[in-house]
Design a protein around this ligand. Structure first.
Ligand code: FAD
Length: 106
């Protein structure tokens, strides 16, 4: 079976990076593609309890694909819910662009 830790790190990297470069004003087609990508995860993600968990979260708080900022915030909140469940620290969602798009400022 896959290593849930490295699979998780790789998947969060993919998802946060994709959200960071998602359009500010996505077209209806781009929104539909993002929704398809996210809704495929609870079906296909190769860690079945993670997948079930994510599916339940997405039912409670559906993905917001209306803009880059909305998607990045939705994903950060979702990742923080998983962090909380795993006893990991909460990430400051105000720093999501710095982490996944712009890099640190100094
Ligand atoms: P990760 O949580 O993988 O985070 C990687 C990096 O992302 C961090 O170093 C940090 O820089 C950044 N980051 C952290 N939080 C946020 C945030 N909120 N917003 C933006 N960036 C952030 N593991 C389980 O054991 N059980 C599960 O049920 C489970 N469910 C998962 C569901 C999904 C959809 C995914 C993608 C992963 C899941 N995992 C689960 C794996 C788990 O979330 C971690 O990826 C894994 O434990 C490795 O953790 P890590 O400490 O290296 O950092």
């Amino acid at each position: 079976p896959p290593d849930v830790e490295s699979l998780g790190r790789a998947t969060w990297t993919f998802l946060h990076t994709t959200a960071a470069y998602y359009p500010e004003a996505p077209s209806p087609t781009q929104r539909a593609h993002m929704l398809q990508l996210l809704h495929a995860l609870p079906q296909l993600y190769p860690c079945s309890h993670c997948a079930d968990d994510l599916g339940a979260r997405m039912q409670r708080r559906p993905p917001d694909v209306r803009s880059r900022a909305a998607l990045a915030a939705w994903l950060c909140t979702t990742h923080n819910e998983v962090n909380a469940e795993l006893g990991k620290p909460t990430f400051d969602c105000g720093r999501v662009d710095e982490r996944w798009r712009d890099g640190p400022r100094d």
